[in-house]
Design a protein. Sequence first.
Lengths: 210, 620
Amino acid sequence: MAYDLEEQEQLAAVKGWWHDNGTRVLALVAAVVIGLSGWQYWRLWQGNQAQQAGAQYELLLKAAQAGDAKVLRDAGGTLVESFPGTLYASMGALVAARFHVERADPKNAKTQLQWVTDRSPSEELRDLARLRLAAVLMDEKALDEALALLETKHAAAFDAQYAALKGDILVAKNKAADAKVAYRLALEKTDEKSAAFRSSVQLRLDALGG
Amino acid sequence: MFDLVAKHKRILQVVLALTVVPFAFFGLESYTRSVGGAQDVATIDGAAITSREYADELRRQQDRLREVLGRGADVAALDTPELRLAILESMIAQRLVVMEVVRSRLVLSKEDVVASILATPEFQEGGKFSSERYMTYLRSRGMSDEGNVSRLRVEMPGGRLAGAISGSAFQPRAVVERLIALQTEKREVAEAFIGADQYLGRVKLDDARIKAYYDANLAEFKVPERVRAEYLVLSAEELGRSETATDAELKEAFDRQAGQLGVAEQRRASHILVATKAEAEKITAEARKAPQRFAELAKKHSQDPGSADKGGDLGMNAKGALAAQSLEDVIFSLKSGEISDPVQTEFGFHVLRVTAVQAGKSASFEELKKGLAAEIAKQKGATKFTQIADAFNNLVYEQSDSLKPAAERYKLKLAQSAWIARAPSPEQGLLGHPKLLGALFSPESIQQRRNTDAMEVAPGVLVAARVAEHQAETQRPLEQVRGEVERRLALREAAALAHKEGAEKLALLAKGGDAGLKWSAPRTVSRVDAQGMPAPALRKVMMTDAATLPAHAGVEAGDQGYAIYRVSKVIAGESKALAPGSEGLAMLDRQVGGEQVEAYIASLRARAKIEINRGNLEKK
C-alpha cells in the first residue's frame, strides 16, 4: 500500500501520539473494564447471597409450619450469621418470633424481634418489629418498658397501630382517660377502608365509656 | 504499534469475558426504570404503570366481577371512577412491594422460578408436569412463557415478603382476652319507648312553617324528567313462534336424536377363557352337547378369575360396555342360548354363550314430535334473528325519524310505554336497561326525536325506541303537596317533642327519680347477641357506665320517638385465653396481619413519589 505525502504525515502524527499516550489510553480502558467487571461480580455475589438466604428462609418457614424448633433455630442462626444484610434474615426472625409467641416463649420471641429492631436494613420492618416487641412485653406485664418502646419515632404509616397498642397498655395500667386519648388517636389515623381495625378499636374505646 | 495489546492479550481477554457474562443482570433494571410517557396511568418513583398494563388489569378484575355476580350482570355499569381508582391503588401497592423486592435484591433467578413452575400442583397431571396445562394457563391470562417467568421472578418474592409480614403478626394475648370478654359480656336490659305518635296532637302547624319546610326541601317535591316512548321489540323467541318444522326436518332431528333418547339393547353373556385353541374347541363341543352345563364348565375350566366363580357370567351389558370389541361383536351376533365358536383375544381363547337378551326400546316418533317441533322452531327463530338483526338495526338507524318502516318490514307491533323516568326500575320492563334509558334521555332522542340504536337488552332481544312525548323536570306546587308536607312536618315535630321528653326522663332517672315509665320485660343481650335490638341502641347499652345499677341509656329512634333502656344486671364476659392454634385466635392474628401489611405498604408509599394521571385513568 502506498501513501502520499500528506497521508504519511498524518500517519506519523498518529503514531507519535500513540507512542506518547497509548499506554495511558489502554490503562484507562483496562481500568474501566476492570471496574465494570468488579461491579458486576459484586452484584453476582450479592445475587448469590440472596439466593442462599432465600433457601434458608424457605427452610425456616417450613420448620415453623411443621413445628420443628430445631430446624427453625438452625436456619434462623444461619440467616442471622451469614446473611444479616438481606431482608430474608429479618423475615426469618419475624416468623421465628411468632413461632415462639405461640409456644409461650417470650424470651426467645424478644431476642428475634430485638434483632430485627436493631439490625434490619428495612426501616419498615424495624418499626414493625418494635411494635411486636412491645406486644410481647405487654404480655410479660413489662408495661412501662412496652410504653417507652412505643414512644420511639416511627414511620407515620404505623401511627394507628402504635396508638392502639398504647391504649391497650394504658388500660392494663388502669389509666382509662389516657387510654381513651390513645384509642381516639388510633381511629383518627386510619381511614374508613380499615373497617375491621376501626371496629376493633372502637369496641375497646366504647368499653371505657366511649 | 499495538505491542501493548499483543503483549497483554491474555489479560484483556479474561477481563472482557468477565464483563460479558453478568450483563444479563442489567435486564432487571427495566422493571423499575421504564421511561415515563403520555400513555402512563401512574408513575412510582419514575417507574410507570402504562395504560396497557392498566387496561389488562381492569379487564381481569371485570372478568372476576362477572364471575362473582353471574353472567347477566352489567359490569360496564360498575365501571365507576371510584372502582378504577381502587384497582389502580391495588396495582400501585403491588408495584411498591415489587420495587422493594428489587431494591433488597430478593429477585429470584430464572432457574428458581422455572423449578417452582414445574412443581406447581395446578400444572401437574398424574404427578408430572404437563406443558399442556401450563400453556392453557398462559393462554387464559394472555401471557408468554417468558413474560410469566420474568413476572414471577419479582412477584414470588413479593408474595413471600408480604406473607412473612402478615403471617408472623399476632395480637397481644392480653388484648385477645379483653376482646373476648367484651364480646361475651351480658347485660340484662328493659326498654321503655316514648312514641312520637302520642305527641301528634300537640303539634301546631301554621302556613309560614309549612311554606318554610317546602322551600327548604324543594328538591324532594319534583317530578323528574320523563318520557313516554314507543318501541319495537325484535326477539328470537317471538320469531320462533311463527316458524314451523317441516316433516323432513322432524324426521331428520328424530333420526339424529333417537339413539340418545331410547334405551339400547342389552345382553347378558357368559364366557369360558382358556389358553389354547384345542382346549377351547373341546369345551365348545362339550357345551353344545349340554348347554345347561355351561356354568359348571366355566367354574371348572375358565381362567378368568373375575367370572369363573360366577359360572362365567359377564353381567348385563349394552354395546360399548365391554373392553374387548371382538367379544362384544360375537355376543351381539348370537341368539339367546347359543354357544359361539372359540374367539381369540389377547387374553386367550373365549367360548361365549348368551344367556339373556333385553331388547332395546327406541323412543317413538309420535312421542317426541311435539318437543322436536318446538326445538326446531326455536332454532329457526334464533337463526332468523341473527340474519335480520343487522338489517333491523340499519333500518332503525337510517330512517331515524320513525319506527314505522321497521315495524312494517318486520311485522312488529309498535308498543307504547307509560311515563318513565331516567332511573332504571323493574316496572319499565324491557326499556329499563341502563344503556337504552341513557340513549332515550339523550339530546338526540329528546330534542331531535331520533330513534335510539337497536340495543340487545337481553340475549336474543333487540329493542329500538323513540321518544313520543317528553316532560322536563317539574316542580310540584305547594298546593299540590301540602298534605304530604304537613304529614312530614307533624311527624318531625312530634318526634322532636318525644326526644325532648325522653331526654328529660333520662335525666330524672339518672338522679334516681321515678320517671313513671312502663318498662318491657327485661332481656339479656351481649355484643354478639343483640336479641333484635337495633345496633346503635345495643352499642349505647353496652357502653353505658354500669358501676351503679340500675344504669340508664337513651337513644333517639328517628321519627319513631325515643327509647330509654334500663340496665339492671351485668354478667362479666368470659376472660379466657384462646388455645394456641385455635381457629378464633388464628382469625384475630390474621386480621392483625392484614392490617400490618397495609401499614407496611402505606409506609413504602409515603416514601415513594407517586403521580397519578387522572385523564389516562378514566379513558375508556
